[in-house]
Design a protein around this ligand. Structure first.
Ligand SMILES: Cc1cc2nc3c(=O)[nH]c(=O)nc-3n(C[C@H](O)[C@H](O)[C@H](O)COP(=O)(O)OP(=O)(O)OC[C@H]3O[C@@H](n4cnc5c(N)ncnc54)[C@H](O)[C@@H]3O)c2cc1C
Length: 639
């Protein structure tokens, strides 16, 4: 009997005391207006815990034993439809019987009204058993929730504020089909010539004489793309200048496109599944290429706001990948730890050898760091979104309270925006590293399929690629950080000075000083990059005082000026992540002294890593930048 929730002390810490559930639960229950729900926070958290226990047992006893079959049984296409292998079908029938489809949907729409955060914890638990199950499961409820959210935002959902219930919503039928397990959903962005560069998307949407929208184009690598309800991004306006990679983003709109409809005469396909992709891992989850040819579509939100709306869905999905990665990391670490405790070498088990003990210690610490970051980011994102709903549907009547809620919403949204790319980056990169180390610790057995650890590496390698690659996360974090400095230079100076002062403050604890030193290193790195950007932009302005940065950067051009920062973006995101985790763990250890040991473990590894990153960022890169400049000049000359 295995239970992937009960055996995980660190995850249980968050459910039991690490998360302050009070605000999130109150918002989820529409401040206790919602009928049929728990009567208080304690009862709500008990419900979440029971569900996680049930899923933990299902993941441990029913999914994990099927991992090998999930990896080897093939998906196939029959009569134009994807057929899942027996193991996957069995697992999803079990999940359907447990009634855990659409966990986060409001009760009036047939769901359990679970916070997204609790659902994400469930994703970790299932991901530990098999990540293709979690990809398939996550897209399921995720698309139903996205349809609800989009409908709320565009104003096509009505809400009874007194009763705390949704009274109508535009895509109620689609949501119900998905919730009941009769239909599946997907998010269709990638095309043959456009992945990271969404400005290059070519799928188009046009209106017929009656104003009905029709979508045409091919989408590639679509997870659960065999399903019925596709959220498709397509071009409704011309792409703009081909020289400007961002020019095309304004011309994109979002659509709900049913891939087929079931009629009394049988299924009528409105799109074509071109094929199932053969992949390195994630073998039980269907990843398909799909073509739309004048397929009937419904515009979601406003025309031209597709990119903005897609990002909304992607932010949640990116935090979700953090939790999915966590599940895989747990599986890899536990397999490695168990094997190392049994395997003798040179007179003792290998976990007693220094290098292996060090690897296991780092793996454990990294997993706890990812979880701290993912839970914090997820909490801020969800509270920000739910405060937005509160402001829309049941805003406070008193002005002062209204303003307080508006400020809180902005604060949570800013924190989520800061942490989301870090979670996606850290979770994905560490999943690959930890799976690779699990193989190494298994020695030759790690390379042999029978032991199941090589599957973890094959499954992990896609994490830094989908939902925005690691490099795209790095660019987002870098731009947000440095543009923040440019927009609010005085704020940057104040934070920098506070960190410097705190690092030597006699009243500060040893741990506060250590975290402050890490922050100082990050600010020094940001200052260096800003100086490089200034140096590149206006020769001789390296010494511009910070207060003059906003003005001096008023005509910045990302392609021309941000070269040094782009070159070092992935190093910068590593540094920003180390600092963000340290800050979160410091706060945690101040509230829960038993967590201080984890903070120390993290700092022991983060400090030298950050010094190294600062060193590389401040001393390297010129050679590559010069060669790129040379290549650019050659391209110009050849035109
Ligand atoms: C198993 C799987 C499932 C998927 N599921 C979905 C899905 O459900 N829906 C969907 O729409 N897509 C899905 N994808 C596609 C995935 O999101 C894309 O593959 C991903 O966004 C990368 O795009 P690309 O493959 O075109 O690579 P490219 O964008 O061509 O990138 C190639 C490399 O160049 C780097 N790069 C690109 N631009 C820059 C830059 N400006 N600076 C620095 N480096 C850069 C990238 O980081 C990457 O390393 C899936 C892919 C896989 C493998």
């Amino acid at each position: 009997m295995a239970n992937f929730f009960e055996d995980n002390d660190d995850l249980r810490f968050y459910v039991d005391k690490g998360v302050d559930w009070s605000e999130l639960v109150a918002l989820t229950e529409y401040e206790w207006r919602s009928p049929g729900g728990p009567k208080d926070v304690g009862e709500a958290v008990d419900l979440y815990r029971s569900l996680l226990e049930a899923l933990g047992s299902y993941a441990g006893d029913a999914i994990a034993p099927l991992a090998r079959q999930l990896d080897t049984q093939k998906l196939r296409i029959e009569d134009g439809e994807v057929v899942h292998p027996a193991a996957m079908t069995e697992i999803f029938e079990g999940l359907q019987q447990m009634e855990v489809y659409g966990l986060c949907l409001p009760r009036e729409l047939g769901g359990l009204n679970l916070p997204v955060l609790a659902n994400n914890m469930a994703m970790e638990i299932i991901g530990r058993a098999d990540v293709s199950v979690v990809a398939h499961y996550g897209f399921h409820g995720g698309i139903a929730m996205a349809l609800l959210l989009y409908s709320v935002l565009e104003g096509s959902t009505t809400f009874d504020a007194e009763q705390g219930t949704i009274t109508s919503t535009r895509w109620a039928d689609a949501i119900e089909e998905i919730r009941s397990g009769r239909a599946w959903g997907s998010m269709d962005i990638t095309e043959p010539d456009a992945g990271s560069d969404m400005g290059a998307l070519r799928a188009t949407a046009e209106q017929d004489a009656d104003g009905n929208w029709l979508v045409t184009g091919q989408k590639l690598f679509i997870t659960s793309g065999h399903g019925k309800y596709h959220i498709v991004i397509a071009r409704t306006e011309p792409a703009g200048s081909p020289d400007d990679p961002f020019a095309g983003l304004a011309g994109l709109s979002l659509f709900l496109v049913p891939a087929y409809e079931d009629t009394p005469e049988g299924r009528k396909r409105l799109s074509t599944i071109d094929g199932i992709e053969e992949k390195l891992g994630h073998n039980a989850s269907a990843t398909v290429a799909i073509s739309f040819d004048h397929s009937p579509a419904q515009l979601i939100g406003k025309r031209g706001e597709g990119f903005k709306n897609m990002l909304l869905l992607m932010n949640n999905a990116r935090v979700g990948v953090g939790f999915e990665s966590l599940g895989l990391c747990e599986a890899a670490y536990r397999a490695a730890k168990a094997y190392a405790a049994e395997r003798p070498s040179m007179g003792k088990t290998i976990d007693r050898h220094e290098m292996i003990a060090d690897m296991l210690d780092e793996m454990r610490t990294d997993i706890q760091a990812i979880r701290a970051l993912a839970i914090t980011a997820g909490l801020h994102e969800e509270i920000a979104q739910k405060l937005k709903l509160k402001l829309k549907f049941y805003p406070p009547s008193e002005r002062a309270e209204l303003e307080r809620v508006e400020r809180a919403q902005k604060r949570h949204a800013a924190k989520s925006r800061r942490l989301t790319p870090l979670v996606k980056w850290l979770g994905s990169e560490k999943a690959v590293e930890i799976a690779r180390r699990a193989i190494q610790i298994h020695g030759g057995a790690g390379y042999i399929k029978e032991y199941g650890v090589e599957k973890l590496l094959r499954d992990a390698i896609v994490f830094p690629i989908y939902e925005g690659t690691s490099q795209i996360q790095a660019l987002m974090a870098m731009k947000d950080t440095l543009l923040g400095v440019i927009r609010r230079p005085q704020d940057f100076v104040r934070r920098e000075a506070t960190a410097r002062w705190k690092s030597v403050d006699a009243m500060a604890s040893r741990q506060e000083k250590r975290v402050a030193r890490l922050q100082s290193l990050s600010y020094a790195t940001q200052r260096h990059l800003m100086a490089r950007i200034f140096g590149g932009k206006v020769w001789g302005l390296r010494q511009v005082p910070v207060s003059g940065w906003t003005e001096a950067m008023s005509d910045w051009d990302p392609k021309r000026d941000f070269g040094p920062a782009m070159l070092h973006a992935e190093r910068l995101i590593a540094l920003l992540t180390d600092v963000a985790v340290a800050e979160i763990l410091l706060e945690q250890s101040q509230q829960h002294p038993e967590r201080a040991e984890l903070l120390e473990r993290w700092l022991d590894r983060a400090e030298p890593r950050c010094r190294h990153l600062h060193d590389v960022i401040t001393t390297t890169g010129d050679r590559v930048l010069a060669s790129l400049k040379g290549a650019g000049a050659k391209d110009e000359a050849a035109k």
